[in-house]
Ligand binder design. Structure first.
Ligand SMILES: NC(=O)c1ccc[n+]([C@@H]2O[C@H](COP(=O)([O-])OP(=O)(O)OC[C@H]3O[C@@H](n4cnc5c(N)ncnc54)[C@H](OP(=O)(O)O)[C@@H]3O)[C@@H](O)[C@H]2O)c1
Length: 246
């Protein structure tokens, strides 16, 4: 396991274990021993976990989802964070080699990952557009983050300016349906950078076609790795040995 190798490399006295949880509220009440420094929290518990916490990071609260829970060693209080948004946005900014501020940032999808991307980009001062299969969900998220909403069909001809950034946060193109893509190739030449939250496969059809159109591409694997080392740093209070996460 990624975390255990990293713990070992710095002599951190801890172990990361997988636990299959049905009821997050009961789980956190039962597993309350001070031996637990924290918990990673994944689908389907990211939203329900919010109701079990003593403190929630403001961005995680806005997103409405946490994926990392830290237990205070002094009083046992639980604090929740969302490292998904940090992982995605830092990967995109590194790919761009410049800050997101002022850029036109188009998010496809309005689920958990879509919200993390939209809030993260908003924090960075980007101008945001949300396109989603269910238009109503795009509109709701757009209203909250001060964005424009589009239907998926509108995205095909959406070209208000050059050099836009595209972030797919739907599962389109994920294994086994690797031949699917959320946007036609001809629309990709309007983007300078394309990010795909999907990380199986690493190079999705969307990223392959974006590369062929001359865009910089950033894989969901990069987001996955970065959200993990942000969690590592919160668990241990130590800088992550980043090379071990790759
Ligand atoms: N790289 C990472 O670290 C990382 C982290 C988190 C998630 N992800 C990936 O991100 C993806 C989404 O995860 P999530 O947690 O956001 O899921 P989610 O909350 O269930 O949201 C799914 C989104 O995808 C849209 N969608 C699903 N199937 C579609 C289809 N066939 N056509 C058009 N739109 C479709 C949904 O649209 P509707 O609103 O119309 O249903 C919704 O906007 C997954 O592939 C997941 O593996 C990656």
């Amino acid at each position: 396991l990624l975390y255990n190798q990293a713990f070992k490399s710095v002599g951190f006295d801890g172990v990361y274990v997988h636990l299959l949880v049905d009821d997050i509220t009961k789980f956190l009440r039962t597993y309350s021993s001070p031996d637990f420094v924290g918990f990673s929290c994944t689908i389907p518990h990211k939203e329900a976990a919010l109701g079990c916490l003593d403190e929630i990071d403001p961005v995680a609260k806005s997103i409405g989802a946490v994926n990392c829970i830290i237990r205070s060693p002094s009083d046992g209080k639980l604090s929740g964070y969302n490292t998904d948004y940090f992982g995605a946005i830092s990967a995109i900014e590194d790919g761009l080699q410049s800050p997101l501020a002022g850029k036109l940032f188009v998010v496809i999808g309005a689920g958990g990952a879509g919200k993390a991307l939209a809030y993260g980009a908003k924090e960075k001062g980007a101008r945001i557009v949300i396109a989603n299969r269910t238009y109503e969900r795009a509109r709701e998220l757009a209203e909250i983050v001060g964005a424009r909403a589009l239907s998926l069909a509108e995205l095909d001809t959406f070209h208000p300016e050059d050099g836009m950034i595209l972030a797919n946060s739907t599962s389109i193109g994920m294994q086994p349906k690797v031949d699917e893509t959320p946007i036609p190739k001809k629309a990709l030449s309007n983007y300078s950078l394309v990010f795909d939250a999907v990380y199986t496969p690493k190079l999705t059809r969307l990223l392959r076609e974006a590369e062929e159109c001359g865009a910089t591409v950033v894989s969901g694997l990069e987001m996955f790795i970065r959200q993990a080392y942000e969690q590592y740093e919160r668990f241990t209070g130590l800088p992550a040995p980043k090379e071990l996460f790759r």
